[in-house]
Design a protein. Structure first.
Length: 168
């Protein structure tokens, strides 16, 4: 069974994918339309969600400090509340994206909100790589990292829906 359009438009669905370098990403849909690969694979997405929910909180986390200028409806006094759930996901080893235009369900642009800080030489991968087959993989790197740091270009809005829809 697939996510229905009504589910997509009324629920804030967490959907998962991995980028070219197997960086695990999560996007919060905020009632927006999902990429076709996610819509058609709701069982894999839900199963992956369960796996992610069981991961320990073990990584340090950093956040996109420019988020107030990028996402509508966030007030500076609510910033800590906004980041709370996203940082828990990032502490599990995920790169966390949020939808930019909440009033436009068909807009596929997202922004990196929070991410894990880890050293690939010292820290083990967050989960068993065989589980990655449950979610789509992009043919490009979504996160730009160099010398264990996320590059500023990773904080630019990105049309994740289009990227995942064009993977075939």
């Amino acid at each position: 069974m697939a996510y229905s359009e009504i589910e997509q438009l009324t629920l804030d669905i967490n959907w998962y994918f991995v980028d070219y370098y197997n960086r695990i990403c999560i996007a919060a849909s905020a009632g927006g339309l999902l990429p076709k690969t996610i819509t058609e694979n709701d069982e894999g997405n839900e199963q992956f969600h369960e796996i992610v929910s069981d991961l320990p909180l073990r990584f340090e986390v950093a956040r996109n400090e420019n988020i107030l200028n990028q996402i509508q409806g966030i007030e500076s006094q609510n910033l800590e509340d906004y980041f709370q759930d996203f940082e828990k996901l990032a502490s599990r080893g995920l790169y966390v994206f949020d939808k930019l235009k909440l009033e436009s369900p068909d807009d596929g642009y997202y922004i990196l909100v929070a991410y894990p800080i880890y050293n690939t030489e010292r820290d083990s991968y967050p989960l068993d790589k065989k589980n990655l087959s449950l979610v789509p993989k992009t043919k490009q790197a979504i996160i730009s990292r160099r010398f264990q740091k996320v590059n500023p270009s990773s904080f630019n809005p990105i049309n994740l829906t289009m990227i995942l829809n064009n993977q075939n």
